[in-house]
Design a protein around this ligand. Structure first.
Ligand code: GDD
Ligand code: MN
Length: 389
């Protein structure tokens, strides 16, 4: 397949020469099953980066240049470069790569092997086993990077992806074409995070390759983390919010609300029929649990539906245990409430609402996602360990 390595540049005269040299003479000859090309996207660098590249184009027919761009940031440069790569160069696979050799060109074949295995996007990660950030980064940059990534991972709730802000990636053109229209407005780190987030959201297969990020030796960095913090936070919080609203969460909440009504009405009904209140309570609860289990399985978590008949009894028992946990939580919170503010109907109702909104919903929704339907992968703790250690 045709592969285009896209390298955005702004004042990288010295670096671009070295990275092109290494790719052309050391890396490309190793790759037999793809046609390798390079596209430099230069935003009118005052140091004459473009002239250097034009010189190298004489002897390298697979080297291309998109020049005279207006400096609108890394995101805009990539969108422009990828559009050109797909439309003009017929790229099927593209790389994002820095010009300053922070990204080791020797990793390129490993990225391509993952693509060959069927992945849609391959990301270089500094924060998983075998990856690293530069020792000599100042404390501030380390902190920004480590906590920035941890924050993004936790807010987006996708813990199995270890590096959100990194800029060494390979992707199929289909990924770009699908996400393109939503990317244009993002800059710097937000571009990397939003691109990856949309890719994962849309179900593309993402693989990680551990990388050692080495600090540049020539020139200086153009991307200051602190400039992007507000923008990045705004993106992840808004993205997560809308995801929650339109995700299984809303369906889960509706199911739970109807389940609550079923519980309340059946309880009254059983009482009318003269059934002992304890028994009625238990029956009503179980009826609502069955409703919740079924609706969550076929509606809210339908993508992760439990279909194997043999598995259903065990899952249903687990589900009952989770529900029992919810009952305990409600009981505890109401007990705390009534002992603090007196045992009145108002206090009970108020603390029932508090229990459900602040404790039962986060608890049961997480339990369903982690244990019952296994929608969330939890490599979170191990990831945390690696980051600290
Ligand atoms: N065309 C163009 N236009 N290129 C740019 C621009 C721009 O506005 N801004 C930066 N670049 C180019 C640089 O010339 C370099 O080749 C590459 O983009 C990365 O820029 P650096 O200035 O070296 O960024 P960094 O080392 O601080 O950040 C790198 O690491 C981050 C993660 O720590 C990049 O890989 C980021 O994408 C990544 O998020
Ligand atoms: Mn750099």
């Amino acid at each position: 397949m045709k592969v285009v390595i896209i390298i955005p540049t702004y004042n990288e005269k010295g670096n671009i020469e070295r990275v092109i040299e290494i790719l052309e003479t050391k890396i490309f000859p190793q790759i037999k099953n793809h046609q390798m090309h390079i596209l430099v996207v230069d935003d009118t660098s005052p140091d004459g980066t473009a002239v250097t590249v034009e010189g190298l184009m004489m002897k390298n027919k697979n080297l291309h240049l998109l020049k005279n761009g207006e400096k609108l940031g890394l995101g805009a440069a990539y969108v422009r470069g990828m559009t050109h790569a797909v439309e003009k160069l017929q790229a099927e696979i593209m790389f994002e790569m820095d010009a300053d050799l922070s990204h080791d060109p020797r990793k390129v074949p490993e990225f391509l092997r993952k693509i060959d295995e069927g992945y849609d996007m391959v990301i270089g990660t500094r924060y998983s086993q075998g990856g690293s950030i530069p020792q000599n980064w100042g404390l501030l940059r380390k902190t920004y990077s480590v906590f920035g990534n941890l924050l993004v991972r936790s807010i987006l709730m996708r813990f199995w992806i270890h590096d959100w802000t990194g800029g060494f990636r390979a992707l199929r053109k289909e990924v770009f074409l699908k996400e393109k229209k939503e990317l244009a407005s993002f800059r710097g780190y937000t571009f990397q995070v939003s691109f990856l987030h949309k890719t994962v959201r849309d179900g593309f297969k993402v693989a990680e390759v551990p990388i050692h990020f080495t600090d540049r030796t020539l020139g200086r960095s153009k991307i200051a983390p602190k400039e992007y913090i507000a923008e990045l936070l705004e993106y992840v919080i808004a993205a997560r919010f809308w995801e929650l609203v339109f995700s299984p969460f809303l369906k889960y909440a509706i199911t739970g609300f109807v389940g609550y009504l079923i519980n309340a009405f059946s309880l009254e009904l059983f009482k009318i029929f003269g059934i002992h209140s304890g028994v009625a309570g238990a029956l009503g609860a179980e009826l609502s649990i069955m409703w919740n289990f079924t609706l969550n399985n076929f509606w809210a978590f339908s993508k992760y539906r439990i279909t194997r008949v043999q598995k259903i009894p065990l899952k249903f028992i687990q589900f009952n245990m989770v529900s029992f946990g919810s009952v305990l939580i409600i009981f505890t919170v109401i007990t705390v409430g009534t002992s603090l503010f007196g045992d009145t109907r108002l206090v009970r109702q108020l603390f029932l609402i508090i229990a459900i909104a602040f404790f039962v919903i986060p608890y049961s929704y997480s339990m369903y996602n982690i244990f019952i339907w296994k929608r969330w992968h939890i490599s979170f703790l191990s990831g945390l360990q690696k980051m600290v250690g």
